[in-house]
Design a binder for this molecule. Structure first.
Ligand code: ATP
Ligand code: MG
Length: 219
């Protein structure tokens, strides 16, 4: 059984929180690879200020030195809203039944899972790994999601590694309090964002003048 971690996100821009998350889970669950899947048209967010092509390019730069990390552009090739269920269906077709697909989600994403398109079907196509991320206020899980979690929950990582889909687990990670929102705010206020992202991503942002970064010398 191959084990493939899936990290979907807007990556607007990618930061060290994403990379540490992927690295720690890759080690904990012995992933053969981690796919970073930029969302072209995130259904639950305003249209991103930076194009999907730029966001994917920054992901490519950020992961270039890690042999297990791959950029997956599936969602960039599809028109319309980027629904995770469609991505999982196409990944399942590509990778076959002998692959455990492990969808990685921060707690902030999981508390809204029941608003996702065909959300109850997701678990037929993947396992889910939940991680805590630092949040000012934690939103409690509603009863529907509590029941869903209870139906699929396991504390045994072998369940995820040995099954293509169907299980949910929680993993402790080093919580890095970094978010793309804060990075975008700092960039547009011309504040330093060094050491929150790899340098090559920072250089890319500066070169392409993304996020209204006017004066790169201010970095
Ligand atoms: P934004 O502020 O624009 O929403 P973000 O920093 O939350 O950006 P996303 O692209 O939305 O980044 O996140 C993709 C996935 O990575 C989500 O499942 C999210 O919970 C998770 N994630 C993002 N940052 C962290 C972090 N610092 N620690 C753990 N998980 C994270
Ligand atoms: Mg987010």
């Amino acid at each position: 059984m191959r084990v493939v971690g899936l990290l979907g996100g807007t990556f607007n821009p990618i930061h060290l929180g994403h990379l540490r998350l992927a690295e720690e889970l890759a080690n904990a669950l012995n992933f053969d690879e981690v796919r970073f899947i930029p969302s072209a048209n995130p259904p639950h967010k305003p249209v991103p200020s930076v194009t999907a092509k730029h966001r994917a390019e920054m992901v490519a730069l950020a992961i270039q030195n890690n042999a297990k990390f791959k950029l997956d552009t599936t969602e960039l090739q599809r028109a319309g809203a980027s629904y995770t269920i469609d991505t999982l269906k196409s990944l399942r077709e590509e990778l076959g039944e002998n692959t455990s697909l492990c969808l990685i989600m921060g707690s902030d994403a999981f508390v809204k899972l029941d608003t996702w398109h065909e959300w109850e079907t997701l678990i037929n196509y993947c396992n889910i790994i939940l991680v805590q991320r630092p949040q000012p206020q934690k939103t409690p899980l509603n009863t529907i999601l509590q029941a869903f979690l209870g139906d699929h929950y396991t504390e045994n990582n072998d369940d995820l590694v040995n099954n293509p889909a169907g299980f949910i687990t929680m993993q402790a990670i080093t919580a890095l309090d970094i978010s793309s929102t804060n990075i975008r705010n700092d960039l547009s206020a011309q504040k330093s964002t060094r050491y929150l992202m790899p340098d090559n991503v920072l250089n890319y942002i500066s070169q392409h003048q993304l996020y209204q970064l006017q004066d790169s010398s201010a970095l």
